[in-house]
Design a protein around this ligand. Structure first.
Ligand code: MBD
Ligand code: FE
Length: 280
C-alpha cells in the first residue's frame, strides 16, 4: 500500500479528532505539531508495512525507555540536528563565526556554586590527572567580553556526573561550577580529568544502539554555557582530541574547532582554549 492512504478521509478525520481540531480549548500550536508528528508516524507504518507485533514492540520499548529519553535524543542525532538547523538559520541571516555551538546533553544541573578567579571544580578526590584549562572569552572583533559567566560541567574519571552517579559516591555539584569573569574575559580552572562516558549497560539506549549496530560511547569532554551581557549565550563543549572516540561520538557532540588535544605532562594536562561569542 502507498502512503497516500494516510491522506484518505477516514485517516484525516481521525487525526483531526485526535488532535482536538474542533475542540474549543487547548493550544493551537501544540495541536498542529502533534498532528504532524502523528501523521509522520502513520506514514512510517504504511511505508514499512509495520506489523502488529512490531508496533507493540515499539510501544513497549518507548514505555521502558522513558527514563533514558535524555540519552536517546542525543544518541539518535536529533539533538545535533538542532546544531545544524540553528547554524543554517544563522547562515541565512548572515550571522557566522565564533566558537561552534554543540549539544547541551541531558546532564546539566542549574545552580552550581558561583566562584571568581582561579576555580577548582573537583570537590571529591579522584584517582586521575589534574586538568588545567584557561583562556579568554572574546567577541566578534576579538574584544574581551566583560562580566561573562562560564558554566562548566563534566564527568569524573569513571565517566559519571554528579547528581546522576549511580554509585552515589559524588558530592552534589562535584565537577560543576559557574565562574564569574572580570573585564578582561580571562578564565582559568583546575579539575580532575574526566573520562569518556558509556550509556548504562543493557539499558534502553544501549539496546537501541546494539539494534542499530552502533555503540554508546562518548569521548572525554567538558561542557560549557558562556553567557555575558550584550552577547548571545553559547552552548558548547570541548572533546579531547586524543580520545579514541573523538571522531566516533555516539551523541554527535564533537565538531571541528572543538577538539583540543590536552598537553599531558606527568600527572597534569593543560588545555588553552578561547571562546568567541556572537553579539546578541
Ligand atoms: C553525556 O555526558 C553527554 O554529554 C551526552 C550528550 C550524552 C550522554 C552523556
Ligand atoms: Fe557530557
Amino acid at each position: 500500500m502507498n502512503t497516500d492512504f494516510v491522506k484518505t478521509e477516514a485517516v484525516q478525520t481521525l487525526l483531526d479528532r485526535a488532535t482536538g481540531k474542533d475542540a474549543e480549548g487547548g493550544n493551537p500550536r501544540l495541536k498542529a505539531i502533534t498532528r504532524d508528528l502523528l501523521e509522520a508516524v502513520m506514514e512510517t507504518i504504511v511505508k514499512h508495512d509495520i506489523s502488529e507485533s512490531e508496533f507493540w514492540q515499539a510501544v513497549n520499548f518507548l514505555q521502558q525507555s522513558a527514563g533514558e529519553f535524555g540519552l536517546i535524543v542525543p544518541g539518535t542525532g536529533i539533538e545535533h540536528f538542532l546544531d545544524l538547523y540553528m547554524d543554517a538559520k544563522d547562515a541565512e541571516a548572515g550571522l557566522t563565526g565564533g566558537t561552534p555551538r554543540t549539544i547541551e546533553g541531558p546532564l546539566y544541573v542549574a545552580g552550581a556554586p558561583l566562584v571568581e578567579g582561579e576555580a577548582d571544580l573537583s570537590v571529591d578526590p579522584d584517582d586521575t590527572d589534574t586538568l588545567y584549562m584557561s583562556g579568554k572569552v572574546v567577541g566578534p572583533d576579538g574584544e574581551p567580553v566583560k562580566d561573562a559567566i562560564v558554566h562548566v560541567w563534566h564527568a569524573n574519571s569513571k565517566g559519571w556526573y554528579s547528581h546522576f552517579d549511580p554509585t552515589g559516591e559524588q558530592t552534589p555539584f562535584n565537577n560543576r561550577r559557574r565562574i564569574k569573569l572580570g573585564p578582561d574575559g580571562q578564565y582559568s580552572f583546575r579539575s580532575k580529568m574526566p573520562n569518556g562516558y558509556s550509556v548504562p549497560p543493557e539499558g534502553a539506549t544501549d539496546k537501541l544502539m546494539q539494534a542499530l549496530g552502533r555503540h554508546g560511547n562518548r569521548p572525554a569532554h567538558v561542557h560549557f554555557f558562556i553567557e555575558a551581557p550584550g552577547y548571545r549565550t553559547l552552548t558548547t563543549q570541548i572533546n579531547f582530541g586524543d580520545d579514541p572516540f573523538a571522531a566516533d561520538d555516539f551523541a554527535f557532540g564533537t565538531r571541528e574547532g572543538l577538539l583540543p588535544v590536552p598537553n599531558r605532562q606527568g600527572d597534569s594536562a593543560y588545555i588553552g582554549f578561547d571562546f568567541q561569542l556572537q553579539r546578541a
